[in-house]
Design a binder for this molecule. Structure first.
Ligand code: ZN
Ligand code: ZN
Length: 405
């Protein structure tokens, strides 16, 4: 019991620390989370980094220098400067000597492509491999995310709305990976973050222009800022996908994305495979005089949640998952030996439709109009203003001119 309380206390202190970090515009991101990295090289990339082993200053990473870190069998860290071992420790920290410095990371066991990230790093042993945490300024993190999620060459208002979404997500889920020692991971599980910003200065401008701006629901909670590549002309209810109704995530017709790249698709599934899935897994009533002949034929003009009839209990999301379809917004019919599936859109369809938002930005809608179109009824909020007014309130309460009652 005592241990649990101590543990709870430490978790609480750590959560406070994480939230201070984020309001202070820093965030801890676990990187290379889709690999179990045993050994990694940190290489100089133009600006010096100070290296610490536990709390001891080891030296400076300078021109063309590198350090290598390996997880030992007993889950500790061995640090190498060049090829010389510096001993076994439990934590290694790399601190940038200048604002916006970047460093090169090259995992060598296993071999994974080099990435560059900005700001500081903290490396500790993990269960299956190294826990590599990038302690980044929020704007550097968001620029990397917007580029990873949104790509290059887009309108600045689109980047702004993507930055707004990504910031809202990051702030809402700061404690998602708290047990692993960081706020968010670099996979799509949280938000893709695979590199520092490489291509367009517009992304950085967009992140700066929307600094501290987030989306909140009518109760003042940060919203679930879901997005997907293309809704196919109609967004999806959140509960079609996750069995969970959310006020601001409703279905509506989106006319902005219907002529874009991922608006339509086709896929052929062998007839037998289709039938086996529906009949064996879901007891599809193949002998029923009405539904039996419809096993291969299904039409969806408006988005639905179930195949033919909800009573059959066959969620379209299960069919999508089984046959790796781009979306649940499809119709199908028999064509020779195959079931021809014709679909619209790409992704779960909930929240912001990225290709629709890109199109809106081309038509000169601003990012707030785009956000309100996909998330009707949400409020746009600047969290720095809250902090400012809260501070003013405190100053007032502490004012020497205020007389005691
Ligand atoms: Zn994650
Ligand atoms: Zn759309």
């Amino acid at each position: 019991m005592y241990f649990c309380r101590v543990k709870a206390l430490f978790t609480f202190i750590f959560l406070c620390f994480l939230s201070v970090c984020s309001y202070g515009q820093q965030i801890r991101i676990g990187v290379y989370r889709d690999h179990d990295i045993q050994r990694i090289v940190f290489g100089h990339n133009g600006i010096n980094y100070s290296v610490f082993a536990d709390t001891t200053y080891v030296g400076e990473l300078v021109n063309e220098g590198y350090v290598e870190i390996q997880q030992t069998n007993d889950k500790r860290l061995e640090l190498f400067v060049g090829i010389i071992s510096q001993g076994i420790v439990d934590k290694i920290t790399l601190i940038a000597s200048e604002e916006n410095a970047s460093i090169e990371l090259t995992p060598t066991i296993p071999t994974v492509k080099t990435r560059k990230y900005q700001d500081d790093f903290e490396i500790t042993p993990g269960l299956k491999g190294l826990t590599i945490v990038n302690i980044a300024h929020m704007h550097n993190y968001l620029s990397g995310v917007v580029e990873s999620e949104g790509g290059t060459g887009k309108e600045i208002e689109y980047y702004k709305v993507q930055a707004l979404m990504s910031r809202t997500y990051a702030m809402k889920y700061l404690s998602k990976h708290v047990k692993e020692g960081f706020n968010l991971c670099d996979r799509v599980h949280c938000q893709a973050y695979h590199y520092k910003l490489r291509f367009t200065p517009d992304i950085e401008k967009a992140v700066r222009a929307t600094e501290n701006v987030v989306m909140e629901d009518e109760r003042g909670n940060l919203v679930d800022a879901y997005f997907h590549a293309n809704c196919g002309g109609q967004t999806s209810e959140a509960d079609y996908i996750w069995n969970n109704r959310v006020d601001y995530l409703n279905t509506f017709k989106d006319t902005f994305c219907i002529y874009t790249k991922q608006a339509t698709w086709e896929k052929r599934i062998p007839k037998q495979q289709w039938a086996d899935f529906l009949i064996k897994r879901y007891n599809y009533p193949i002998n029923d005089s009405v539904l039996g002949p419809l096993v291969f034929n299904f039409t969806q003009t408006e988005r639905l949640a179930f195949y033919h009839n909800p009573m059959l209990g066959i969620p379209l999301r299960d069919i999508r998952q089984e046959f790796k379809l781009k979306s649940t917004y499809f119709s199908n019919y028999l064509d020779g030996k195959d079931v021809l599936v014709r679909g619209r859109g790409y992704g779960h369809g909930v929240g912001l439709c990225q290709e629709g938002a890109m199109q809106m930005a081309k038509y000169k809608y601003n990012y707030l109009q785009i956000a309100m179109y996909y998330f009707p009824g949400v409020q746009i909020h600047n969290i720095a203003e809250d902090a400012f007014y809260a501070q003013r309130g405190n100053l007032f309460l502490c004012s020497p001119y205020r007389t005691e009652d």
